[in-house]
Design a protein. Sequence first.
Length: 257
Amino acid sequence: MKKAIALIVKEPNEIYLDFLAVFNSYDIYIIVDSDKDLTELTKADKYKNLNFIQLSDQHCLDKGFQNVNFIGIKKMVSGWDKALLFFSVIIPLKYEHVWFIEDDVFFLKEQVLINLDAQYPNQDLIANCDFDENNVNTNNHENPTNVGWLWPLISIKIEKPWYAGMMCAVRLSNTLLQCIRWYASKFNTLFFLEALFPTITSHFKLSYAQPIELTTVTYRDVFFFKEEDQKRLDTHIFHPMKDLNKHKELRDIQTNK
């Protein structure tokens, strides 16, 4: 089964679209949160290999796909809800795995994802996430499973243990997506993505991996532009990098070496 990439955006930016439009190993979906008319963009010949998806908020609410990023953007329905609905309900079973990526995530080239897929061909969840139960009650701010984290703001309707991590760039299996669909159907809601994916993975005893290449997916950009990061541009995924011009600059530099 072919794999897919879902880029989650408020509105598309051509820098990221140009980057993804030349990929060969993935079907590319642009999940657009805005209901703005994008006909001019979507009809462009250079984007003929991209699939632009716009879903109504009501469609998500009707299916229980809500609250996935309310903490982050204060909206009951976000691009994340729409992405999860699309791949778990609208086109279920089409893909074995889907990469979900926010548009402030940087990676140098398609080969970064291809290499990760080759290293972890079967895992249900690939993310920067800690499943060590010994860390759940720590006060380490860098570990979001600590008790001082966002847990008081999150309503989870399944029993503990609950886990969390940085989910800005994550690969989910079809099995995990169907488990998320089960939760949305049963409880008519979901919960914050940083807890949703690892907690559902744990609850259903699914497989997971925390590749070193995703440890640079962080809450704040504390890694980038250090010397060691220049050495791992070919292998790692970075978050956040909100300036898409910087994305292009870094890729152009590497291409011209």
